[in-house]
Ligand binder design. Structure first.
Ligand code: NAD
Ligand code: UFG
Length: 339
């Protein structure tokens, strides 16, 4: 298929480009580089030895979208472009609604004008909110606790209504759990522009000497070691879920949500220990109170994705930490490090 990838220069998008090309799909990226650098695409091209068409611009730009649709003529869109910082979303709610919700509407309108009928959407496990039961399955009530989560849920509803109104349309909603890790080449990976808010990139920066210690938020949760439990998923497994979702969208219509996780969970202390194994050194930690808005545990029931997409995660926790360390140690300044 010909696949337009919005936000394709980002962390998950760049890994997905490689998996799409490996399966013979033609790709085109639309990214405004709000949270990425064009160097990413140079590395994707070098790794794949393939063609990556690209447009620089905003997913809310209708004229640009029409130009991309007319020139590239996508059979499907994978929609990553968006803002993702939970804390920032409370301070800049309108920016988050504008990019994440209005951006999705603008994209669907452009797809309608071009007659493109398949979309894969990056949603998040955060749409579930405080657990009513665990693991979460896709029928768990949705009650996001952040503005970011609300924007993802709003976009999901818009996609569902769009698919409902167009009998030939397919919208596959992927609810990611906690993506971590990097490509085995160590040439693409996660490169936070600011102080990392997420656990794994923060640990990686401590390990490489850019930060002095990891702050562990909370040790009094109702979990085996008192720290938060999450379902960490290797970014390459996540990227492959998009290929499976495209295959699904090629032969199904309607909207369908899928959890994309491993079905296992690990504590903050498990992650620190696993990273120490990977890098062969200690990760200094300091203990602090709980982070506002955090919940004790999140774990996927990923059985629907296995059953209906034929997708399942294959990478282990050690694969996740080893690939993160390989990327971080080879690129201490992320994409600012010469390739
Ligand atoms: P990322 O920030 O690395 O990638 C997003 C990309 O979108 C970036 O390249 C950025 O420059 C681009 N972008 C942002 N605003 C844009 C706009 N208005 N127009 C065009 N491009 C724009 O983030 P990621 O971790 O790769 O996440 C990709 C998607 O997955 C996001 O929608 C995010 O909300 C979602 N998601 C991420 C996680 C996670 O933990 N990383 C978890 C669940 C869901
Ligand atoms: N944590 C620390 N110290 C840190 C960072 C995190 O102890 O410096 C802890 C958190 O308290 C939590 C765990 O590590 O227990 C994971 O935290 P992350 O910030 O890495 O991930 P979250 O589960 O909070 O959120 C992530 C994404 C969200 C997404 C959610 C579910 O940031 O966008 O996963 O997909 F919605």
């Amino acid at each position: 298929m010909r696949v337009l990838v919005t936000g394709g220069a980002g962390y998950i998008g760049s890994h997905t480009l490689l998996e799409l090309m490996a399966q013979g799909h033609a790709v085109c990226v639309l990214d405004n580089y709000a949270n990425a650098t064009p160097e990413v695409l140079n590395r994707v091209r070098a790794l794949s030895n393939g063609t990556v068409a690209d447009y620089t611009g905003d997913v809310r730009d209708a004229a640009l979208l029409d130009q991309v649709m007319t020139t590239f003529r996508p059979d499907a869109v994978v929609h990553f472009a968006g803002l993702k910082a939970v804390g920032e979303s409370a301070k800049k709610p309108l920016a988050y609604y504008d990019v994440n919700v209005c951006g999705t509407v603008a994209l669907l309108q452009a797809m309608d004008r071009a007659g493109c009928r398949r979309i894969i959407f990056s949603s998040s496990a955060t749409v579930y909110g405080e657990p009513v039961y665990m693991p979460y399955d896709e029928d768990h009530p949705t009650n996001p606790t952040s503005v970011y989560g609300q924007t993802k849920l709003a976009a999901e509803r818009i996609l569902t209504d769009w698919a409902g109104a167009n009998p030939d349309a397919a919208a596959v909603i992927l609810r990611y759990f906690n993506p971590v890790g990097a490509h085995h080449s160590a040439r693409i990976g996660e490169d936070p522009q600011d102080i990392p808010g997420n656990l794994m990139p923060f640990i990686a920066q401590v390990a490489v000497g850019k930060r002095d210690a990891l702050t562990i938020y909370g040790d009094d949760y109702d979990t085996p070691d008192g720290t938060g439990l999450r379902d960490y998923i290797h970014v390459v497994d996540l990227a492959r879920a998009h290929v499976a979702a495209l295959n699904h969208a090629a032969c199904n219509t309607g909207a369908r949500a899928f959890n994309i996780g491993t079905g296992q969970s690990h504590s903050v202390r498990d992650m620190v220990a696993a990273f120490s194994r990977a890098c062969g050194g200690d990760i200094p930690v300091r203990q602090a109170g709980r982070r506002t808005g955090d919940i004790a545990a999140m774990q996927a029931d990923a059985s629907r994705a296995k059953r209906e997409l034929g997708w399942t995660a294959t990478h282990s926790l050690d694969d996740m930490t080893a690939s993160t360390w390989a990327w971080q140690s080879a690129n201490p300044d992320g994409y600012g490090t010469p390739d």
